[in-house]
Design a protein around this ligand. Structure first.
Ligand code: PLP
Length: 352
């Protein structure tokens, strides 16, 4: 099976892990500092805090903004469930709105939701590696006075107007789960340019004047993350190259992913749409290609949350499927995927 995602490690990671074991400094050491500094510098942000997962990063970001019982938080209909679960765990009340043609939070509907529900926070998700319309969302944030937390779990290295994902909002949350563009196994980070919010984040993760959690990562995770981060741009380039081959090949038979103007899409996932999605996914899997549906349910369907009308997301979630786009695919595998999917869609088995 050609896997949907594949981490890749070299001698460098192995050597770093051995060095950590031999040093006996297995937590709170130089690798954790290196990762934090290098990731902040890479993104162009003042503060970065590592934590043990992306879900925790979202939770801490919400808590740093003071989200508590009954505070409304706007989230898009399409995302991994952690986006909405973090809101519930922080005590907030999610309001789900539709997505635009890029699968990211629709700013027009966000404005409707803001007028109606007066949320404390809005969480745009840079889904599949495509940045949400951050210019429109930050404009609304200034106009109505809500906070913005970017869910950048799928968008390491993406940018808009030369500003990286994770540097636009008041706070941002990243995940370094095994499948992500920067994998650590498990891990997360919170980033911000705001000194005061950085202090609030610190209060939740450092023992001191406030009850705090231990959400730390180990030196092993930090070393893997640092070495992977140093290769991120090169690997994102490879993802973008494979995506361009797919888009050229599939644009007449499928709805292919769009790239927002002035933005670099980092193709955490390459997601197509077709009305006969279920059959196509089955046929791809029979052909040894690990196609998958991200995500079969909308966030309000999963959790019974308050929502605005979501006509786009309802269509998309019945039609989307993702094919392998990870940077370790060989050119032969990419050609095989193109041939197999072209054959599947043109074989007549598909009713579109
Ligand atoms: C969009 C999104 N948000 C949040 C998360 C949560 O991250 P984690 O799995 O590290 O808790 C993930 C990924 O798993 C994700 O894809």
């Amino acid at each position: 099976m050609i896997r949907i995602t594949e981490p890749y490690f070299s001698e460098e990671e192995k050597e770093a892990l051995i060095e950590i074991i031999e040093s006996h400094q297995i937590t709170r050491g130089r690798w954790t500092r290196a990762f934090t500094d290098e990731f902040a510098r890479y993104l162009g942000v003042k503060h970065c805090f590592t934590v043990c997962s992306g879900t925790v990063a979202l939770f801490i970001a919400l808590k740093a903004l003071g989200v508590d019982r009954g505070d409304k938080v706007v989230v898009p209909a399409m995302s991994f469930m952690a986006t909405i679960d973090a809101v519930y765990l922080a005590g907030g009340d999610p309001v789900v709105v539709d997505v635009d043609d890029f699968y990211t939070l629709d700013p027009n509907q966000t404005e409707d939701a803001v007028k109606r529900f007066r949320p404390k926070v809005v969480i745009p998700v840079h889904l599949y590696g495509c940045m949400a319309d951050m210019e429109a969302i930050m404009y609304l944030s200034d106009k109505y006075g809500f906070y913005v937390i970017e869910d950048a779990a799928q968008a390491h290295g993406a940018d808009l107007k030369s500003k990286k994902a994770g540097s636009w909002g008041h706070l941002a949350a990243f995940s370094f789960y095994a499948s992500k563009n920067v994998p650590m196994g498990e891990g997360g980070a919170i980033t911000t340019n705001d000194d005061h919010l950085a202090e609030e984040v610190r209060r939740w993760i450092d023992f001191g004047d406030h009850p705090a959690f231990n959400f730390r990562i180990t030196e092993f995770q930090a070393a893997i993350g640092t070495i992977q981060l140093r290769k991120l741009d090169e690997r994102n380039e490879r993802r973008r190259h494979i995506a361009s081959v797919y888009t050229r090949s599939f644009k007449d038979s499928f709805t292919t992913p769009q790239e927002r103007e002035g933005s670099t899409h980092v193709y955490h996932l390459y997601t197509l749409r077709h009305p006969d999605r279920n059959r196509i996914v089955e046929d791809l899997r029979s052909a040894g290609i690990d196609a998958r549906v991200y995500y079969p349910y909308l966030l309000h369907e999963l959790r019974g949350a308050v929502h605005l009308p979501t006509p786009k997301a309802e269509t998309f979630r019945r039609e989307v499927f993702s094919i392998p786009v990870h940077p370790y695919l060989t050119d032969e595998e990419v050609s095989y995927i193109v041939e197999a999917l072209t054959e599947i869609v043109s074989s007549g088995k598909i009713i579109s």
